[in-house]
Design a protein around this ligand. Sequence first.
Ligand code: GDP
Ligand code: MG
Length: 710
Amino acid sequence: MRTGKAWRIALVGNPNSGKTTLFNAITGAHHKVGNYAGVTVDIRQGRTEINGQPVVIYDLPGIYSLTAYSQDEIIARDFIIDERPDAIINVVDATNIERNLYLCLQLQELGIPLVVALNVCDQAENMGIVIDTGLLSQLLKVPVQPTAANRKRGVKELLAHLPAVVGQWGQVRAPVYYGGEIEAEITRIARLLSEKTDLAGRIPLRWLAVKLLEKDSDAAAKLRRYPGAGGIFPEVGRHIRHIEAHFGNYAEIIISEQRYAAVHGIVREAVRQPAGTGRPTLTQRIDSVLLHRFWGLPIFLVALWAVFQITFGLGRYPVAWLDRLFAGLGNWLVASMSPGIWQSLLVDGVIGGVGSVLSFVPLIVLLFLLISLLEDSGYMSRAAFIMDRFLHAFGLHGQSFLPMIIGFGCSVPAVMATRTLRSRKDRILSKLSLTFISCGAKLPVYTLLAAAFFPDRAGNVVMSVYLIGVAMALLSSIVLKKFVFKGLSTPFVMELPPYRRPTAKGIAWHVWDKTCHYFRKAATVILAASILVWLLTTFPVSEPTAEQIAGLHRQFAAEHPEATEADWQSCLAGYRQEQALANSAAGRLGQALAPVFAPLGFNWKIGVAAITGVSAKEVIVSTLGVLYRAGDNGDTEGGLVAVLRSDPEFTPVTAYGLMLYTLLSFPCLATLSAIRAEIGGGWLLFSMGYNLGLAWLVCWLSYQLGSAWF
Ligand code: GDP
Ligand code: MG
């Protein structure tokens, strides 16, 4: 047992078993993201104390087994073996105990000090599942503590079990018995391992022997690094052939069947499931409607539609208030500061840029609130299930849809979520398609443009962009699969968690997390980009020549014979501003790129916004805010929306084109670097070129069709 140092305790369990909930219950949700073994992995880390002993808790990715099929499994397994936590809390979903214990037995085989948190007990009770915890603990030979993490029930008791197990590595207390034939092979390989390597102190050799018989390529690759281990492989090969000849099936299948059988036995002993002949559970009854063969998809679309209607229906009022607030702030600064470069920086740069983005906070909060409700109730998994059925028709499978659902929030975690896919090609494919999903950062762009150009149909217009994104993701999966990643498919069983009543706390936490993220982004990336764009639009400073002014005056006098001196002054001021902008660095850049964007109907200002949007998608909004000088336009009602509408080059067709461009062109820097870390620079370049080409093509089509029709 370590003393003095903090204990390192890892939470391990199936996805959705409540690890993160338990993590938050234990640590009070002060999490931190850590990096391990060269991969940037989202392993949350938090602290607590047990009787004065400091403890660090790690929230590992959710996994179903310790086979090295998915990257999540490898990450979790490597963490356990390489980082050697002092103990593990295995979070087991009591409503799905059989599948969860499959992992528990594998953890046991690794010889890790273990405590089982029998979570979601509240719901198991409601479902009529009776678990004899004492007997279960005896059979597994580890402490078992019932918990309801979402209500913090049993958490203190759970932690109280830890001191007894901490540091007890290497004791495989309840090994799975694989049957005489296989056991003999395991023993032989384990003996070889102990003779030829010095691994004995580090990992249970029995476990490694089982892994080798299971043809675990990751374990084999790691073993190969040991000098002298080479001679073991031919021996293992012989044993595998022997087993396969004996049973007439693959060794890995026989071994996993034995494990399932062991789990099944334990469950039969210690768990009484409700009689299957009784009334269908509530979840089954709800599913018979929501997962209906024909109505499932339409119901999902209606749910999505309702989300957008509510978001925009309710959200537009607070957005208008905030817009007015920032306009007022801009006016006040104009009135109270002396005109000059600093006033312009604050009013045009900061308020015009960051203020434009911040006015959309209410929409973000609403959208995330509704999506969290769908997620926490369990409906989002159904959406993936429905999509799965739909995708099968195209030879795809719905597991790639799960990362997409995460992608509606933010693409960075979605890119990481593709790790659960089993083949590398599938992972690359789903990352490429992910970039077409509308993340939360694209929403302000859609909202601004929809509010300005489609005020009566904002919800429908934005939903259409979302759907086009999903359609493009599917379409590109189908095409890429046909031409680039030929003939691959991995079997996958979709699992459906039971419906759960979302807790107010859980929802509040999600929304708060997302909102904070948005504010942080506004204060960092968006602020920096706004100031940069302001610099580019302000310098170099230029003044119209006397001749230009005289020419303008003649033209003005001819066109407006009864204009007053004040009218002329305001016309002149507008002209000065336009000239200064056109001659600034941003203006020149925009004009140089005009030929690229002209076929899409984008004027140079929109082109500049499209480019700066690479830093973060919201920056498209803040750039438009700075370029159109939204900050000092406070006298017009409605801030940026009104300014955009008054530009004759900015039509509804252009606005829709810019939405499509935002949707389809390559994602923000953070996502790009996540993609690079996962699949490397070569694929990243391919992905960027693919996105850009497709975005250009679709925008061009939309502009041509739009201009012809409207
Ligand atoms: P993870 O994937 O293992 O991290 O699981 P989460 O912590 O995200 O939990 C998944 C869902 O289960 C969330 O909606 C939680 O609110 C819910 N949940 C977690 N623990 C419990 C529990 O003990 N009882 C019930 N009824 N729900 C729970
Ligand atoms: Mg989690």
